[in-house]
Write a protein that binds this ligand. Structure first.
Ligand SMILES: [Zn+2]
Length: 161
C-alpha cells in the first residue's frame, strides 16, 4: 500500500527486529492516518528538498517491537508520528539545518551522531497527529544516548572547536 507518491506502508513498518521475533508490526487505523500524514507532509517535502530518493530506517513500531528495542511506550514511533532517517551523501548536521529552515516538524532529534563522521547516527523526525489537537513544537535537539540538548547550543560549540 502506498502512503504517498514515493513512500509505502511496507517501508515505514519494516523492521529487522520485528522479522527476527516474528512480530507483525501492523498499524491500526489511527497510526495509519498518522503515517500517511508523515509521508505526505514531511517525507515528500523532504524528498523534493534534497532532490533524491531515500527510505527511512525506522517508522512505525507496535508496542511489543518498541519495547524490544528498548524505547519508551510514549515514543512517537508507537503512534506512527515519527521516522528515523539518513540520506546518502548528506552530512546529518547539514540535513538537520536544512530541515529546520525549510520544513514543519514536531521534533527533530540528531541521535548518536559523531562530528568526525558526518553520516553517523540518524535523524529522528516527527509530526503530530493532526486530529489530536496537539501542535507541532518545532523542537530541535541532539541526543547522545544519555542526554538531550538544544541543537543550537551544541552545533555552535562544535563549530568553535
Ligand atoms: Zn526515532
Amino acid at each position: 500500500m502506498k502512503l504517498s507518491e514515493h513512500f509505502s506502508l511496507a517501508e515505514l513498518c519494516h523492521s529487522q527486529t520485528a522479522l527476527r521475533h516474528g512480530l507483525e508490526n501492523s498499524p491500526g487505523e489511527r497510526e495509519l492516518r498518522c503515517l500517511r500524514h508523515l509521508a505526505e507532509d514531511f517525507l515528500e517535502p523532504l524528498r523534493r528538498l534534497v532532490g533524491r530518493p531515500f527510505s527511512p530506517t525506522s517508522g512505525y513500531r507496535c508496542p511489543p517491537l518498541n519495547r524490544l528495542i528498548g524505547s519508551s511506550d510514549t515514543s512517537q514511533h508507537v503512534r506512527g508520528e515519527a521516522v528515523d532517517l539518513k540520506i546518502p551523501g548528506f552530512d546529518l548536521r547539514e540535513l538537520a539545518s536544512l530541515i529546520r529552515r525549510e520544513l514543519t516538524f514536531d521534533q527533530l532529534i540528531l541521535e548518536y551522531h559523531r562530528v568526525a563522521e558526518p553520516d553517523s547516527g540518524w535523524l529522528h523526525c516527527s509530526l503530530v497527529d493532526p486530529a489530536s489537537g496537539r501542535k507541532n513544537r518545532g523542537q530541535a535537539l541532539i541526543f547522545d544516548g544519555t542526554t538531550y540538548r538544544e541543537m543550537d547550543d551544541v552545533l555552535t560549540v562544535q563549530a568553535d572547536r
